[in-house]
Design a protein around this ligand. Sequence first.
Ligand code: CA
Length: 230
Amino acid sequence: MQNTILLVEDEKGLLDSLSTELGFENYNVICAADGLSALDQFQKNKEKINLILLDWMLPKLDGLGVLRRIRKESQVPVIMLTARNYIGDKVAGLDGGADDYITKPFEIEELLARIRVAIRRVEKQTFKNDEIYKIENLILNTKTHQVLQNDKKIQLTQREFTLLKTLFEHQNEVMTRDEILDIVWGKDFLGDPNIVDVYIRLLRNKLECPDKKKLIKTIRGVGYSLSNEK
Ligand code: CA
């Protein structure tokens, strides 16, 4: 999906070159050259804006003013562009709710990297708020704490649920027994690491009919993997 960036910058040369570069990177760019038109563009396009690049020194309303107004209604990631390498600005910007700042002049590659990080962070959060995992006929919903297989509710203990959720979070990866132990039982766990194997067996018994292919696979000498590969 194409991400949209609201780019607010009053230096025309910089506005043009950034807009071109972001376009090359396949971002959809909306431009504004002063603080008030930035707010205006934000209101018109807030449903689709994924990130705002906001210059600090702007005509009509400065970047901090823009940021404060936007923060009253939105948590969209904001990266401040500041010309002055002045620590007070950075503190004020971060206090005002900026996610990141970059000091001019900057390398475009660095800016692009920060944009990717900021957008990815939001994508992760969005995903986490809506945690429904699915593999084949098996669904795990972390909001309702339910596990369904073929639309039938499966009763799991808290530990079994956490174990299955952990495997879902690393779907198609191989997890070692130690990794599973750290996440599900905690790093302080002092008991027998074979507890992992015991719980995997319990889960398998609850989840899988004997004639079905196994979703939780044993990777010999390594650990386990939740995957629908053969
Ligand atoms: Ca400026």
